[in-house]
Design a protein. Structure first.
Length: 228
């Protein structure tokens, strides 16, 4: 039987509007960083990702690009999405290592989304910025979270239908160039797709690792060390 990791159920007495602090901080960081970006001499363009840098052995932009945005609307839209889809993940990844695992998932999805985009456009010298790939990683991960507190199988009907829906919206938006706040720039819908797939695939192993870490550091009522 395919493995399905148990997720601690959220506190039912906690109002849904009270988002976890980590999710709030992640969302708030996006407009805050854009505010600082606008005050840089080149508005941060040197930290953008250029696909041609991959062949030149300069991979730094794979990470720094997710710290930049193309406009206020771009930054705010990503912040709202990060808050909405990061909240259930932060609540699921509770405990000692949960915050680190959440941030690791976010960063890895962002890097993989940018890398995937770069591999498809190796000859391009056009800059790419934005945390959208990382945010789509959160969307992909939450697609597999179930109300019953488990990670659904990849073949689950809800997962398949929801994934097709998200990718359809992503494709249409990217091809039509519906990018509010990023006038004159194309939408890197390919990066969104890579980020979504990364989150979809990584959330299962991540939740399993989280469950193992919870058992590892779960101390009993006595004075002795927990059993090995």
């Amino acid at each position: 039987m395919p493995w399905s990791a148990a997720i601690p159920e959220p506190d039912r007495q906690e109002p849904w509007t009270r988002a976890p602090l980590l999710a709030v901080l992640l969302a708030a960081s996006m407009p805050a960083l854009f505010f600082l970006q606008l005050r840089l001499p080149d508005q941060g363009i040197q930290w953008a990702f250029y696909p041609v840098d991959l062949e030149a052995g300069r991979p730094g932009g794979l990470f720094t690009a997710m710290l930049l945005h193309g406009g206020w609307v771009h930054a705010v839209m990503n912040a709202v999405a990060a808050l909405a889809f990061g909240t259930p993940l932060v609540r699921a990844l509770s405990g000692r290592w949960g915050a680190a695992m959440f941030l690791a998932l976010y960063i890895v999805c962002g890097v993989l989304s940018t890398l995937g985009y770069g591999l498809l456009h190796l000859a391009s010298n056009q800059p790419m910025v934005g945390a959208s790939g990382a945010v789509f990683g959160l969307i992909g991960a939450t697609t597999r979270l179930t109300p019953g507190g488990r990670v659904a199988r990849l073949t689950d009907r809800h997962v398949l239908v929801t994934s097709v829906g998200w990718m359809g919206v992503n494709l249409i938006t990217g091809l039509l160039g519906l990018g509010a706040g990023v006038e004159g720039a194309r939408i890197a819908w390919e990066a969104h797709a890579f980020g979504f797939i990364a989150g979809l695939l990584l959330v299962g192993p991540l939740m399993r690792l989280h469950a193992l870490s919870q058992r590892r550091f779960d101390s009993g009522a006595g004075w002795g060390d927990p059993p090995a």
